[in-house]
Write a protein that binds this ligand. Sequence first.
Ligand code: IMP
Ligand code: MG
Length: 182
Amino acid sequence: MDHGTVDQAPDILISKFEIEQRVAALAAEITRDYRGRTPHLVGILKGAWIFMADLVRHIDIEVTVDFLGITSYGPSPHSSGEVRITKDLDVSIEGREVLIVEDILDTGRTLRFLEEVLTVHKPHTLRVVTLLDKRSRRIVPVHADYVGFEISDVFVVGYGLDFNQKYRRLPDIHVLRQATSP
Ligand code: IMP
Ligand code: MG
């Protein structure tokens, strides 16, 4: 497999136009659901930063934002199950309407970890928006309240998502390889 070909011969799974439309639709749902309140968006670094930047610009109510940096490590570059915080939240989430902003749900281990960590700090509500959901890969039974696209068992890059820190800058979402299973 030649990872370099992604840049020149893109195998696009979801185009930037489809992403833009879906992100606007998600933002409209969030706007409607949180009308009269000020949700606190917690973006998960680094994968969700581009998605979050687009999402907040389509949300039509006041929001506050913060970021949580995490890293997964272990036998594979993704879905290892070992998650570590690399950047903590800056402000308290106690009593807040927290909305976790994730790039992709795979086995669900990362989200389970995030929910456990954030629940300790007593948010009033805790919901999840994820751009992508590989539901067929789930090991831990977590779910997102807002899902951009459900995708099959393929490894994707672009629009913030990486493989070994590469390809985050690509405007569309590309398939890097057909299966994430080892
Ligand atoms: P989980 O803990 O197995 O749900 O994995 C979630 C994390 O694995 C995501 O936040 C990504 O960092 C990474 N990941 C899973 N699948 C992909 C993929 O297809 N492309 C890029 N990163 C992925
Ligand atoms: Mg991630």
